[in-house]
Design a protein around this ligand. Structure first.
Ligand code: NAP
Length: 247
């Protein structure tokens, strides 16, 4: 029977690429998006592209910042596909601003999606995986969470928190045969980074050993590896995928 992967925030960008990468590897794919609009404008098309690989795929609506909706999402996916082998916590937002200028709403909204959303999803998915005594969780952190980034105090706090939760969950779930790892991307070309001025991108590239920005596929390949049988003895790790930006 095909394995089942659930990817949050997968209607576009890195999440959509992760979904298609798993479909190419023969997984049945559950795509999560936040709203009906996202489902119509992205999620359903991603599911269709996945199905073109001969696997089953469907888009499920849930806001990961809602504990209740995450519970319903995991239940719906498990019932539809008969299990859950891999969870990829990819959904994330930015609301940038300097420390002294940042509003409470900017801080809280990023923490709610990027940090609490990962807790919510791991909470419910781990129960299914513990019963199966196997599973893989891959969380998307960021180099901003490991090294900080000016203008992103909310985002870097959330992504550092994801790294901490990854290690704690790895310790708790390891004895049940579940691995928990994180991927920390550098600068990847998606809608999230489209807003960066060209000058800033050029300056950033000069500090990247490989001399280019990352592509969603670079991240998806790392996620797929951490979910694979070849990575069965790797847990609690934060794998940086940044082209050699920070060393
Ligand atoms: P993106 O294109 O903005 O995609 C993020 C996805 O998350 C969107 O589909 C978004 O849907 C979804 N999402 C947001 N809030 C959600 C919620 N409450 N519930 C469910 N889904 C939600 O960004 P990306 O660049 O692909 O980023 C993917 C992940 O990689 C994020 O966690 C990001 O922090 C991380 N990352 C990205 C970079 C980079 O350079 N791009 C670097 C490091 C880490 P909506 O459109 O409905 O908001």
């Amino acid at each position: 029977m095909s394995k089942v992967v659930l990817i949050t925030g997968a209607s576009q960008g890195i999440g959509a690429c992760i979904a298609e990468t798993f479909a190419k590897k023969g997984y049945n794919v559950a795509i999560n998006c936040r709203s009906e609009k996202e489902q119509e404008n992205g999620g359903n098309q991603v599911a269709e592209k996945c199905r073109a690989n001969g696997v089953e795929a469907e888009c499920f609506i849930a806001d990961v910042s809602s504990f209740e909706q995450c519970g319903k999402l995991v239940k719906a996916v498990t019932e539809r596909f008969g299990g859950l082998d891999v969870l990829v916590n990819n959904a994330g937002i930015t609301r940038d601003g300097l420390l002294a200028m940042m509003s409470e709403e900017q801080f809280d909204s990023v923490i709610a999606v990027n940090l609490k959303g990962v807790f919510n999803m791991m909470h419910f998915a781990s129960k299914v995986m513990m019963r199966a005594r196997s599973g893989r969780i891959v969380n998307i952190s960021s180099v901003a969470g490991l090294y900080g980034n000016k203008g992103q105090i909310n985002y870097s706090a959330s992504k550092a928190g994801v790294a901490g939760m990854t290690m704690t969950a790895a310790k708790e779930l390891g004895p049940r045969g579940i691995t928990v790892n994180a991927v920390a991307p550098g600068i990847i070309e998606t809608a999230m980074t489209d807003a960066m001025p060209e000058k800033v991108k050029q300056a950033a590239m000069e500090g990247i050993a490989l001399g280019r920005l990352g592509q969603p596929q670079d991240v998806a390949n790392a996620v797929a590896f951490l979910a694979s049988d070849e990575a069965s003895y790797i847990t609690g790790q934060i794998l940086v995928v940044d082209g050699g930006m920070i060393m």
